[in-house]
Write a protein that binds this ligand. Structure first.
Ligand code: FAD
Length: 524
């Protein structure tokens, strides 16, 4: 019998075919008679791998994992579900780097988007000629690979997330923010065309001029309106090198004043190409790591002394980067000096690095390696990301960093940096805070839970932060949002809710897609 099994699998491999999978109890039997059936994996190994995500906060198994070879395969799967008397949920999964189960499909099918890129056809195509160069990248591609492909032409996308091992479709379904967003807006503002497979299984090309409803809906659309299988992304000439600085502050008002200056029209002409910021809570100097990929032990000792001297609850860093090429080294030095002269960081607390453009963009990879080797990368991540209106950022600081978290030292990092709203397109699904203010801050509490108790405590801390915002009228908006009730989602979308519901009814009438977001009750 064993010999027969071996022979059968040998013959099927020779024939270039997988054996048909065993039908899964929760899925219609007819699905396993379709031409795409051999790409469905129902074995426990496959479904277990797609049962959780980077956050490890939610676990829910799909009935099957689908490995498409082409966008048409995805269309066939969705069409089948949408027209079935028993539709089932379908969730595209990029890297599964969300943290609240957004890419899970309990009882349905997870589409392993990365399979699309494993075929023979190149799915990153650069168009370098012409005044407005662009790249067509498959929704499953990693930004890291997009970078490598575009650099061959001396070009690169203009806006980056801090971490590059995320998929194009995954970040465009949120917004894709980072230190370049103050200049160019989020990644979604730098896309000119998409191919989308809708929730009825239709394959649609869309842009600002063609099927614009779907284009605007899918960008920041949390996977609700379709699966992005290709994005046309604007490019700019890529620099070779980067002057990378961190400037330390003990006074939050000075820190935010300088950050806002750096993203202003005035500084944009001559200033940094990238502006972010971090908050380091005091206790982390004593209890946290003694060095980081950026700071040496002696840097951290100096910063720790600064924190004690200033009796501040935290030290704040502006992180800035200036791009340059070898032939402009002298002028970039002058430019940097002139810019730093206009800022009010603690005298002497400038930390600099000079790195290649790729080293700069891929910097979180270094942190990942350190965390992996310490065994603290694959742990639960109860992250909370908020957009805070500029007018309330100091109140937020007082309430959270000088209040709720004053004596805390959770493992992880805290980001805090401003962006300009005029770089966002409010017609897209992605949300920003109140319409009355031009500038808002991204504040990211990127916690790592090292024990079960940590998970509970960090969840409580996150709830306290949200409660504080509600009680003190700080109109915060979650980025990479997580709401557990439709009321929560309605409040989140505010005036946009009606439009979002209308577009959902049009493009995914059975509410099949990305059920892990929990926005629309699945009819499946
Ligand atoms: P997944 O987690 O697989 O999917 C996210 C959601 O999008 C799911 O609902 C899924 O169903 C849907 N989806 C996935 N692919 C598609 C597609 N092709 N079409 C339609 N819907 C799709 N974000 C930032 O903006 N800036 C940052 O600097 C940043 N840094 C990060 C650093 C780390 C270490 C991590 C883990 C995350 C970071 N993120 C950042 C968040 C990240 O952008 C989101 O978690 C994003 O969703 C991850 O992409 P992914 O490919 O893993 O998507």
């Amino acid at each position: 019998f064993a010999a027969l099994v071996l022979l059968t699998s040998f013959l099927s491999v020779v024939a270039g075919q997988r054996l048909r999978p065993l039908p899964a109890a929760g899925l219609p039997g007819d699905l396993f008679g379709l031409g795409i059936a051999s790409r469905l994996h129902t074995d426990l190994n496959s479904t277990a791998r797609a049962s959780t995500d980077f956050g490890q906060m939610v676990k829910a198994a799909p009935e099957a994992v689908f490995h498409p070879r082409t966008p048409a395969d995805i269309a066939a799967l969705i069409r089948f579900s949408a027209s079935s008397p028993a539709p089932f949920p379908v969730a595209p999964r990029g890297q599964g780097h969300s943290w609240r189960g957004q890419s899970l499909a309990p009882g349905g099918v997870v589409v392993d988007m990365r399979s699309l890129g494993r075929g023979h056809r190149a799915r990153i195509n650069v168009s370098a000629a012409g005044a407005e160069p662009y790249v067509d990248a498959g929704g499953e591609q990693l930004w890291n690979d997009v970078l490598r492909a575009t650099l061959k032409h001396g070009l690169a996308p203009r806006v980056w997330t801090d971490y590059l091992r995320l998929t194009v479709g995954g970040t465009l379904s949120n917004a894709g923010i980072g230190g370049q967003a103050f200049r160019h807006g989020p990644q979604i503002a730098n896309v000119d065309e998409l191919d989308v497979v809708t929730g009825t299984g239709e394959m649609v090309t869309c842009s600002r001029d063609m099927n614009s409803d779907l284009f605007l809906a899918a960008l920041g659309g949390l996977g609700q309106f379709g699966v992005i299988t290709r994005a046309r992304i604007r490019l700019e000439p890529a620099p070779k090198r980067v002057h990378w600085v961190r400037l330390a502050y003990s006074d939050v008002a000075m820190f935010t004043k300088d950050q806002e200056f750096l993203i202003s029209d005035q500084a944009r002409q001559v200033g940094f190409n990238y502006v972010e910021g971090q908050v380091q809570l005091n206790r982390s100097f004593v209890e946290g790591p003694k060095s980081t990929p950026f700071f040496s032990t002696s840097d951290l000792n100096r910063l720790s002394r600064l924190a004690s001297r200033a009796q501040s609850a935290a030290i704040y860093y502006i992180e800035g980067a200036m791009y340059y090429n070898e032939d402009t080294t002298a002028s970039v030095d002058q430019k940097m000096e002139a810019l730093l002269d206009q800022l009010s960081f603690e005298p002497g607390f400038v930390f600099t690095k000079d790195v290649t453009y790729v080293q700069f963009l891929d910097r979180v990879r270094e942190e990942e390696k350190v965390l992996r080797s310490a065994g603290v990368w694959e742990v639960p991540h109860p992250w909370l990301n908020l957009f805070i209106p500029r007018s309330r950022i100091l109140d937020f600081d007082t309430g959270v960093f000088k209040g709720l978290l004053r004596d805390a030292n959770p493992a992880g990092i805290i980001l805090m940096y401003p962006m300009n709203k005029d770089r966002w397109d409010n017609r897209m699904t992605a949300m920003t805070p109140t319409d009355d203010e031009e500038v808002f801050y991204a504040v990211s509490l990127l916690w790592s839970a090292l024990s079960v108790d940590d998970v509970e405590q960090l969840e409580k801390a996150n709830e306290s932060v949200l409660d504080l915002c509600a009680q003190t009228g700080i109109e915060c908006k979650q980025y990479l949002p997580h709401h557990t009730s439709q009321d929560g989602w309605q409040r989140y979308f505010g005036a946009k809710w009606g439009k979002v519901a209308e577009l959902k009814a049009q493009y995914d009438p059975q509410a099949i897609l990305s059920p892990g977001q929990k926005i629309f009750p699945s009819r499946a």
